[in-house]
Write a protein that binds this ligand. Structure first.
Ligand SMILES: Cc1cc2nc3c(=O)[nH]c(=O)nc-3n(C[C@H](O)[C@H](O)[C@H](O)COP(=O)(O)O)c2cc1C
Length: 143
């Protein structure tokens, strides 16, 4: 099973350099879709499940295990991407000083956004969400 280091570095040692031929793809067989019940009931149950998803803007400082973080990163890595290019890099930061630096950088960017770049309309829409340039959660959340 890959560790975080493998996930963070998607172009690992197995990836070809431009001069090497691309390795033969390893195909995973498709598991055929076999609905376990009436499609209408399944669709309703799926809706009931996904409608409970919510965007989270406040975080607990309760520590989480490295294993939890690894599973979360693996889950994120299953997201579809254009041409399966997976144009992302997952970075897990636990060092408080680095977290502070990231927060300060993000807040500087957000100050610029809220005070200059955002349109009036956008600011109005954000107002009901209660978000602003303060990103204290970047230091509070474990990880
Ligand atoms: C592309 C995108 C950008 C978003 N940007 C912000 C943001 O800047 N600030 C914020 O608080 N929420 C942001 N959100 C979350 C939305 O506000 C949120 O999805 C919406 O209010 C509906 O709430 P829900 O996700 O809890 O259902 C963003 C969501 C998406 C998909």
């Amino acid at each position: 099973m890959p560790g975080v280091a493998d996930i963070v570095r998607p172009r690992g040692r197995d990836m070809p350099t431009p001069t090497q031929p691309f390795p033969k793809p390893r195909f995973t067989p498709l598991i055929p879709y076999r609905p376990a019940g009436e499609p209408e009931r399944l669709a309703r149950e799926f809706y009931e499940e996904v409608r409970q998803r919510r965007s989270v803007r406040t975080f607990s400082d309760r520590p989480v295990s490295r294993e939890t973080i690894e599973w979360v990163v693996r889950a994120a890595g299953t997201a579809p991407s254009g041409a399966h290019k997976q144009p992302w890099r997952f970075v897990c930061v636990s060092d408080p000083a680095l977290k502070r630096e990231i927060r300060e950088g993000a807040e500087a960017e957000e100050r610029e956004f809220y005070s200059r770049r955002a349109s009036e309309r956008w600011l109005r829409d954000l107002a009901i969400l209660g978000t602003d340039e303060h990103k204290d959660f970047l230091e509070v959340a474990p990880g």
